[in-house]
Ligand binder design. Sequence first.
Ligand code: MN
Length: 252
Amino acid sequence: MDLNAAIEELVTANRILAHENVLDSFGHVSIRHPDDPGQFLLSRARAPELVVAGDIMAFTLDGGIVGPEPGKPYSERFIHAAIYEARPEVMSVVHNHSPNVVPFTVIDKPLRPLMHMCAPIGGDIPNWDIRTGFGDCTNLLVTNQEMGRDLVRCLGGRNVALMRGHGSVVVGRSLREAVFTSVYMELNADMQIKAMSMGEVTFLSDGEIAAITAGRAGFTFERGWENWCNRVGRPYISGAWETGSGYSRTDG
Ligand code: MN
């Protein structure tokens, strides 16, 4: 993938995540720089629904700005920086305030996959509390690398970590994977709230989660991505170059 293709892909991801009820005016999505793994691409501070190619900026893995500054950067870019710094296999990061997910950051009932498409969120989702390391007088924002690294220690090797009273982070080995996981995390949270209101919930087992995530690959991401592109009026570009592409299917 060349730089222009990566930027267009990132614009499309912004639009999709806004449309699918994952990002409000304040969430963000990034991609590792295709030519330099020591940098990542992220919009200037702007609502994801409005992001265009000219808004995309480059950053170092400690949150420093590289090159042109079309506007103010997101103050929470350190979430992305610290994850790329610690997880070389991660190619994309989503930070969201996904509305049905946030309730699970403030109660003692875990968010857990209950439908097969939602398995990638994992069966062991940690809940990072900024109070633990930084006291109870922060504004809850992750505004420096030290806070980002603390969040990453909680995330570990997982795809998802909740952030108490705030939102969550989602990572992927490709942008399309991170978008897919983010969309299905919001849907799972919505369905889980409904199911819990009716009674005891039967969640996916650890074995089912492992089987689904082991078999999931590019074909499944493509099917969702093509549909989501259409919904937001963005061109669908085949993602054969994506990490994890293949024809193993878990989409039914
Ligand atoms: Mn935030």
